[in-house]
Design a protein around this ligand. Sequence first.
Ligand SMILES: Cc1cc2nc3c(=O)[nH]c(=O)nc-3n(C[C@H](O)[C@H](O)[C@H](O)COP(=O)(O)OP(=O)(O)OC[C@H]3O[C@@H](n4cnc5c(N)ncnc54)[C@H](O)[C@@H]3O)c2cc1C
Length: 389
Amino acid sequence: MGGGMDKELQFEAIRLPPECRELRQQVRQFLAEEIARGTFDPHASGDDASSVEFSRKVGARGWIGMTWPKQYGGGERSFLERYVVTEEMRVANAPVRLHFVADRQSGPMILRYGSERIKAEVLPRICRGEVCFAIGMSEPNSGSDLFAARTRATKAEGGWLINGTKVWTSNAHQAHYMIGLFRTSPASKENRRHGLTQYVVDMRTPGITVNPIYQMTGRHDFNEVVFEDAFVPDANVLGAVDEAWKQATAELAYERSGPERFLETFYVLRELVRVLGEKPDIRGTEGLGRLVAQLHALRRMSVSVAGMLHAGKEPVVEAAIVKDVGTVWEQRLAHKARDLAAFITEAAGNRASFEEQLRFATMVAPKLTIQGGTTEILRGIIARGLGLR
Ligand SMILES: Cc1cc2nc3c(=O)[nH]c(=O)nc-3n(C[C@H](O)[C@H](O)[C@H](O)COP(=O)(O)OP(=O)(O)OC[C@H]3O[C@@H](n4cnc5c(N)ncnc54)[C@H](O)[C@@H]3O)c2cc1C
């Protein structure tokens, strides 16, 4: 790539290997059985819901911590196999909320940076679908700029005392643990990112208060979390003290590259297909064709990132591109669907459920390009990665 860019983008044309096909069938069959049993409703509007029972069943199938060592309850399978499971769960609208963050990022972080005690204590329980994790990064005055975090961890006998406030903490009200990013030293002159440390915090610790924050949809997904002299033992430090900036970036790469980053409003696409019917008009056909082609391209890009992660590479820029393009796509989907179905009055089936899905997706839309890093921040990362700033 020329024109002032000194780095090249790399989207290797990876395809899912044959063993993924069999796994996909297994996951589909499992989901069909659970739907038939009434465990969840695949047509319920809404983002990922929670079910203690469902998470345990997924764990029993070996579909949580799939890539982790067997020693800690994992399956030693590939990132691409994990990709298939994630994709099928999302498309089916399965209630994965309780185990998903732990599977995607908290577990891998503990595996990489945790003490042996924490690994042995927590990882097998994650694999069994028994524990929910929250991510404690954002604070009232530092969201995008994580390295401005002010919630303090002060050294005490045998551990650390935490004081301060985290905000927008998804799942904190259901979580057993949080991976929290806290200030242990002031930033240094040479490195403003110095001085932060990550901890595995047991949410039952005295001194932690979780206050709900309700979303525009009326749902309670995230929270404010207040720490007042909450004690965290030394064994719960994750990685090197003061050096979390090195590892928080790795965590964000896990957070940003999966198919969940463009499938959150997928139910709208399915409803659109239903409402347009078997013989859509030329406008409907063309519009739907475009949406599906874009989704296909996104999926190829996202699979490519999963393949590169599997190969031990660090496709940070490519992951940021998938998240940026993917979240903008899923955000606009409801608007496009409303437009394409505007002239359909005699819908094949139930128009009311289409409207209901659109209404929900429209209210969810604004958050899609904020959670996990805003569009502006991602574009900054992309520009820097390409050597443009
Ligand atoms: C549904 C949802 C769930 C979330 N869950 C969690 C969670 O579990 N844990 C957690 O820690 N956080 C969570 N967040 C927080 C989220 O990651 C932050 O909201 C996000 O990082 C933005 O931070 P902020 O809200 O403080 O906005 P700010 O950082 O104040 O940004 C405000 C605006 O300024 C822009 N901006 C900021 N800095 C720059 C820059 N350098 N260049 C260009 N533009 C810039 C931003 O793009 C944005 O448009 C969640 C958010 C949402 C919406």
